[in-house]
Design a protein around this ligand. Sequence first.
Ligand SMILES: *[C@@H]1O[C@H](CO)[C@@H](O)[C@H](O)[C@H]1NC(C)=O
Ligand SMILES: *[C@@H]1O[C@H](CO)[C@@H](O)[C@H](O)[C@H]1NC(C)=O
Ligand SMILES: *[C@@H]1O[C@H](CO)[C@@H](O)[C@H](O)[C@H]1NC(C)=O
Ligand SMILES: *[C@@H]1O[C@H](CO)[C@@H](O)[C@H](O)[C@H]1NC(C)=O
Ligand SMILES: *[C@@H]1O[C@H](CO)[C@@H](O)[C@H](O)[C@H]1NC(C)=O
Ligand SMILES: *[C@@H]1O[C@H](CO)[C@@H](O)[C@H](O)[C@H]1NC(C)=O
Ligand SMILES: *[C@@H]1O[C@H](CO)[C@@H](O)[C@H](O)[C@H]1NC(C)=O
Length: 531
Amino acid sequence: MFDKDQTNLPFNRNLAPNFSRLFSRRSSIIKLTLFALFLGTIIWIIILKPLAESDSLSDFGVSAKNKKESTQPIWQIDLKKTIDERFSVYKKEQFTESALEKNRLIPVTAVLLGWKRTEGLQTVVNYISKYPFIKEILVWNNNNETRIYARDFSLNNSDVELSVFNSEENLHDLSKYTTCSMAKYDYCYFQDDDWLNLYMDSLYTNFLESPSLIHSNSMPTIYLESRKWMFANADKNLHTGFTWLGCGSFISRAKVQRFLGQLGTISLMKDRLKLVDRYFSLWTNQYPYQLSNPLTPLDQKDGWGVDQRNMVYNNILDATQKLYTALAVKSGSELFTREEEKPYYNDRVIRAPCLNDKCLFLTNIDPFPHPSRVYYANNITHVRNQEAKFNKLDFPSKFFWNNYAFHFAVDSDGQTCWNSFKIPKVGDYFGLQFVEPSFPKKVTILSSKDISNFNASFNIQVSPDGNKWRTCNITNSNNTDYTYNNSITFEFDCSNIVKNKRLIRFIRIEASRNFIEPFEICSLILDELNV
Ligand SMILES: *[C@@H]1O[C@H](CO)[C@@H](O)[C@H](O)[C@H]1NC(C)=O
Ligand SMILES: *[C@@H]1O[C@H](CO)[C@@H](O)[C@H](O)[C@H]1NC(C)=O
Ligand SMILES: *[C@@H]1O[C@H](CO)[C@@H](O)[C@H](O)[C@H]1NC(C)=O
Ligand SMILES: *[C@@H]1O[C@H](CO)[C@@H](O)[C@H](O)[C@H]1NC(C)=O
Ligand SMILES: *[C@@H]1O[C@H](CO)[C@@H](O)[C@H](O)[C@H]1NC(C)=O
Ligand SMILES: *[C@@H]1O[C@H](CO)[C@@H](O)[C@H](O)[C@H]1NC(C)=O
Ligand SMILES: *[C@@H]1O[C@H](CO)[C@@H](O)[C@H](O)[C@H]1NC(C)=O
């Protein structure tokens, strides 16, 4: 349906063919209405005079501000070497049409925006094409001063379809959504060209468990901030949150199409229309599933240097107010979803990808309060009012979180540690989800504290799906370091409960007694897997 290299895309001359995927598999009146709204939106944008203010504002959230505020040095890694060493444990053969009918894997379309950093874009395209679940890549170039072509990119996998579109005009954030709406597959992967997500397999693995939700990656400081930008009101069926999407996120195309319909119905001020990234996650009316991890910067020279915080605040508040107002109307209007999707907030125990991208850290111990603890009544005048209410609750400070965020338990560095912040009780747990099934027999826990009293304090449990857990027999527990008593090894036997070795995808270490201080876990070593 698409020619490669659609230079001078006939975007404003001949719209229909480009968006025919919108309703290729559906033919209902709803779709037609949606398309009309969508077309209206597009025409609305085309007649807008281009706005001077931004190229891709989403840069702001993670670069400009964070460079100043982060107390944690950005990881010094040899990027090229790291990229070369990364490969997917998923296989090409699992994503052929016939294989996909039998397995529960999901093919994905990557949507990338071009602006000025072509090299960054080339790096991203080459890198993500290694991951076989990325079956299609759509590059939308927002810069009318430069043209880019498919031949400017090198792919690592010849099975991926690459199409490049050159826009006559800078459609800013909006082009992510219009481009995703044309995707061949039901889910899109968003990624900007100034950060690299080195946790493709882990993020994808978690996405598979609940594909309808937004799955995003955030740096710990941004993660903390996003926890304050959640809005809840049970009476109004409001349960939503903000997340940045540009650091690698999986998104459902159906949600994107619905969003375009929302944009067509609720007219936004024209300068807001180009900043729709602030609206999308909030208007799904679901808390996004965010993982917290350090991100890898690419060339960021043409990004944002100025603090755009107020604009972010304004747009978040505007999005929330409009959502609240629409939900408050007790009509049959289904412009916004009312139902909260599963897994519910407290059941989302997956927290951070392992540095090696082979597993994910999980724990039920959430150091942050449930979003419903701050009641949103649509009478605040600034997001700071919301933050002020949140700040009265008990949660980690920025300093604490920068030093003890989840991923420090799984960064292969025994010197950096996750701290549970809360004091663990019977039944609290931490553990791992494996990207590939595993059959562990031994786990060593490394802490920064004396944990010689950990020996009789845990149950070891395994699960195929993260729902049904079975308890293994602990056959031996042993202090492995008598100098500091800060490591302990459990040997265990799950063969009595799990016959098929391919069936273990989750392991957790569950407290069998109440503790008197928070856990501080620096590393987990499972058989050969050292995280
Ligand atoms: C594809 O990825 C592999 C594994 O990282 C790497 O060795 C190889 O050089 C890449 N090939 C291309 C064409 O980028
Ligand atoms: C690019 O777009 C700007 C703003 O719409 C316009 O002023 C300029 O002439 C365009 N440049 C080209 C090469 O089309
Ligand atoms: C907002 O509404 C809530 C609940 O109705 C109320 O308790 C609060 O005082 C109101 N705040 C302001 C600033 O009006
Ligand atoms: C736990 O360790 C302590 C001290 O090393 C020891 O006295 C105790 O017997 C151990 N308990 C079990 C169940 O191994
Ligand atoms: C602890 O581990 C060491 C080395 O594996 C072993 O020799 C020793 O017997 C173990 N101690 C206990 C109490 O199991
Ligand atoms: C480590 O634990 C052993 C056994 O409980 C104890 O004898 C020793 O003093 C402890 N070492 C330190 C440094 O606390
Ligand atoms: C597990 O522990 C139970 C109770 O101690 C014991 O009866 C059983 O034989 C053990 N199973 C294995 C496989 O070690």
